[in-house]
Design a protein around this ligand. Structure first.
Ligand SMILES: *[C@@H]1O[C@H](CO)[C@@H](O)[C@H](O)[C@H]1NC(C)=O
Ligand SMILES: *[C@@H]1O[C@H](CO)[C@@H](O)[C@H](O)[C@H]1NC(C)=O
Ligand SMILES: *[C@@H]1O[C@H](CO)[C@@H](O)[C@H](O)[C@H]1NC(C)=O
Ligand SMILES: *[C@@H]1O[C@H](CO)[C@@H](O)[C@H](O)[C@H]1NC(C)=O
Ligand SMILES: *[C@@H]1O[C@H](CO)[C@@H](O)[C@H](O)[C@H]1NC(C)=O
Ligand SMILES: *[C@@H]1O[C@H](CO)[C@@H](O)[C@H](O)[C@H]1NC(C)=O
Ligand SMILES: *[C@@H]1O[C@H](CO)[C@@H](O)[C@H](O)[C@H]1NC(C)=O
Ligand SMILES: *[C@@H]1O[C@H](CO)[C@@H](O)[C@H](O)[C@H]1NC(C)=O
Length: 409
């Protein structure tokens, strides 16, 4: 116990020093592609910004690519893509045209909406609170609030702007977790979903096989202390982004770092691409998000945030936090998983989570060897996965194009 405390304090001091050293308003060691508002027009695609207010006052920036290179005149069904922990809408366009889902869908005739949950680079605004001055209140959320408030607000915006009654949803990692929260707490939203596609579906990080995460889980004390130090917002692009890009000035360290993060060999050795990724990732998150995941890992549950017995009594009227009822999540669903994903334990997924979901249409095993969590976003070659997703989206939308031309080799 004593060792753990000492290790925690040292880790924390180390992280604080790093954060202070690299905290800067400008992106150091920057990339060539810039952020969403720079990159999408650079690629020749149209981009719209939409701002949505949630029931609890957060103002979220939804990005929209209303049509693709040749598809401005077709009728375009809406697709909402939701990023994972630490990330942003950039997830869906990073590898560029013909290689990333956001752009391929636009080229295939869809109206593409890219969500940004509260607290990330694009969604740091609130009707009453300032994200910098009111950090304790502003960053007081986990995937629970994202599922209960952010997803419904974004879904309603997409449907009201497009005039459609349903949309196709694609969620990566936490984009699945928060979807399950929404589907179980606000089940009427299941009726607004034509098909939910879950890539690398994380419900909890329990049984994780990744060593860093395993260690973090045991270092819950680290996080407790961070809370005492009022460190509510974590892994911002300014502090940590700059530090990560600093590491990447050295190719060997950079490749090692990407391996640790959870990506296969595909993007190793490509410094420009790595720097571009790291100028958009991490995009910030709340400490509470990671604590919520760690609680689930340690307790083996998929339940609301654990505030301790007294806090739970006040919040929920019971001593333990209520579990999310997955039988309520009635949206038609397809999941895409891989064996070597360091954050998704496929046995837990297939044996515990999937059997509780009432409307599972497809369980797709990504056949690439060593396909890891972040490969779903950044891999240079994931044609088989992309083709499968597009096929399912087309089927759900009753669109049967002769070819998905852009995916041909
Ligand atoms: C757009 O149309 C042109 C001309 O028909 C074609 O050559 C090109 O491959 C199309 N691009 C995409 C992304 O479909
Ligand atoms: C994206 O880049 C533009 C141009 O540099 C900048 O004005 C904008 O603030 C950036 N957006 C975010 C969220 O960082
Ligand atoms: C935050 O939202 C308010 C509207 O409530 C808007 O007036 C303001 O410009 C936004 N701030 C930023 C930084 O986007
Ligand atoms: C954080 O949220 C919880 C649950 O909604 C609430 O009970 C608590 O008062 C909030 N804390 C702060 C500092 O706003
Ligand atoms: C993760 O922690 C658990 C519990 O202590 C342990 O059984 C397991 O072997 C660890 N896995 C790895 C990959 O470190
Ligand atoms: C979960 O939801 C299902 C379907 O609505 C319901 O039949 C079941 O009783 C619920 N279970 C719990 C524990 O509330
Ligand atoms: C991409 O993956 C497919 C299927 O594994 C393989 O046949 C193809 O050679 C790969 N292409 C590249 C450029 O690596
Ligand atoms: C994407 O694919 C289309 C059709 O094959 C091709 O015309 C276009 O040049 C490709 N775009 C890029 C950036 O490779």
């Amino acid at each position: 116990m004593k060792k753990l405390v000492i290790a925690s304090v040292i880790t924390l001091i180390f992280l604080s020093i790093l954060h202070k050293t690299f905290d800067s308003d400008s992106l150091l060691f920057g990339s060539k592609i810039g952020n969403m508002t720079e990159y999408v027009p650079l690629l020749g695609y149209p981009l719209e910004n939409h701002y949505v207010e949630t029931e609890d006052g957060y103002i979220l920036n939804l990005h929209r690519i209303p049509y693709g290179i040749n598809t401005s005149d077709s009728s375009r069904p809406p697709v909402l893509l939701m990023h994972g922990l630490l990330s942003s809408s950039m997830d869906w366009i990073m590898p560029g045209p013909n290689k990333s889902l956001g752009l391929i869908l636009a080229d295939a005739g869809y109206d593409v909406w890219l969500g940004n949950n509260r607290g990330n680079t694009y969604s740091r605004n609130h009707t009453a609170w300032d994200a910098d001055r009111d950090k304790e209140r502003f960053f007081n959320y986990s995937y629970h609030e994202i599922g209960v408030y952010d997803l419904p607000a974004m879904i309603d915006e997409v449907l009201s702007v497009t005039g459609h009654s349903k949309l196709t949803y694609i969620g990566f990692s936490e984009g699945f977790t928060s979807f399950l929260v929404m589907g179980s707490i606000k089940p009427r939203y299941n009726n607004k979903i034509l098909l939910m596609n879950a890539l690398a579906p994380v419900t909890n990080m329990f049984d994780v096989t990744s060593i860093p995460i395993n260690l973090t889980a045991r270092y819950s004390l680290v996080l407790q202390i961070a809370k005492k130090l009022k460190w509510f917002e974590m892994f911002t692009p300014r502090g940590f982004g700059n530090f990560f890009r600093f590491i990447c000035r050295n190719q060997v360290f950079c490749d090692y770092f990407f391996k640790m993060l959870g990506s296969s060999n595909q993007i190793l050795g490509d410094k420009d691409y790595q720097l571009s990724i790291l100028s958009n990732f991490p995009a910030g998150m709340s400490l509470k998000q990671i604590i919520h995941y760690i609680q689930g890992s340690l307790q083996g549950t998929f339940a609301a945030f654990d505030y301790g017995p007294n806090g739970n009594l006040a919040q929920y009227g019971q001593i333990t936090p209520p579990s999310y009822n997955l039988s309520e999540v009635s949206s038609p669903m397809a999941i895409y998983y891989s064996e070597s994903d360091n954050l998704v334990n496929s046995r837990t997924l297939l044996e515990t989570v999937v059997p509780q979901l009432p409307n599972m249409l497809e369980i797709f095993h990504v056949p690439y060897p060593n396909f890891n969590h972040l490969d779903y976003l950044w891999a240079r070659n994931m044609t088989i996965l992309l083709q499968k997703v597009i096929k399912n989206v087309n089927k759900a939308n009753k669109r049967f194009p002769k070819t998905t031309s852009s995916l041909k080799k």
